[in-house]
Design a protein around this ligand. Structure first.
Ligand SMILES: Cc1cc2nc3c(=O)[nH]c(=O)nc-3n(C[C@H](O)[C@H](O)[C@H](O)COP(=O)(O)O)c2cc1C
Length: 168
């Protein structure tokens, strides 16, 4: 059976909920591990699919400074030490072109430019992963969430599309 790894970064839990919805749907066609970026392996050679996602901070993937600001100025309940940016910096180049897809969460209003998913996709592609799956964005109310209605269902649909594209 196909093995999938879903890696998430999440300060308020919104990106984690999206990651878990994706993982639940992927598990209809794959064996799935879901891991926080703080605990994610840097060698992913045993997997057939990598999904990585987290919040957009300051128009891109978070940094230590934006995560600290989230806790200090916006009372975020969790401060990842190693976000997806830092995990991607440590991630080893795979020996085969493993398919990888990225997602992010972003505020619904105002709509801002910039996407952690796009930035993460750029990084993971340059490491030699196969990135033809289109990245996806899921929207939250305010900085802390919750997710907009229907976003977890949309996450499941995205997971179905990914499974279908790998089955081709
Ligand atoms: C410091 C900081 C900067 C942010 N910058 C952006 C941004 O540029 N664009 C955006 O759409 N959302 C921005 N947000 C909102 C986050 O995307 C939102 O908090 C996140 O989607 C919540 O997901 P989480 O619960 O998984 O952390 C920012 C939030 C913080 C704390």
């Amino acid at each position: 059976m196909m093995r999938a790894l879903v890696i998430y970064e999440s300060l308020w839990g919104n990106s984690e909920m999206v990651a878990r919805a994706i993982a639940t749907r992927l598990s209809t066609g794959a064996t799935v591990d879901v891991v926080d970026s703080d605990a994610a392996p840097v060698s992913v050679g045993g997997y057939d699919l990598i999904i990585v996602g987290g919040p957009t901070h300051a128009f891109s993937m978070s940094r230590a400074a934006t995560r600290a600001d989230a806790v200090k100025s916006h009372q975020a309940p969790h401060e990842p030490v190693r976000g997806i940016r830092e995990w991607l910096n440590e991630l080893e180049r795979p020996s085969t072109k493993i398919p990888a897809a990225t997602f992010d969460t972003r505020v619904d209003k105002p709509r801002l430019p910039g996407s952690a998913a796009k930035a993460a996709k750029h990084e993971i592609r340059s490491l030699g992963f196969e990135t033809s799956i289109k990245q996806e964005t899921f929207r939250v109310h305010g900085y802390e969430g919750p997710l907009l209605d229907g976003e977890l269902e949309r996450a499941a649909v995205w997971a179905d599309e990914i499974l279908a594209s790998l089955g081709d």
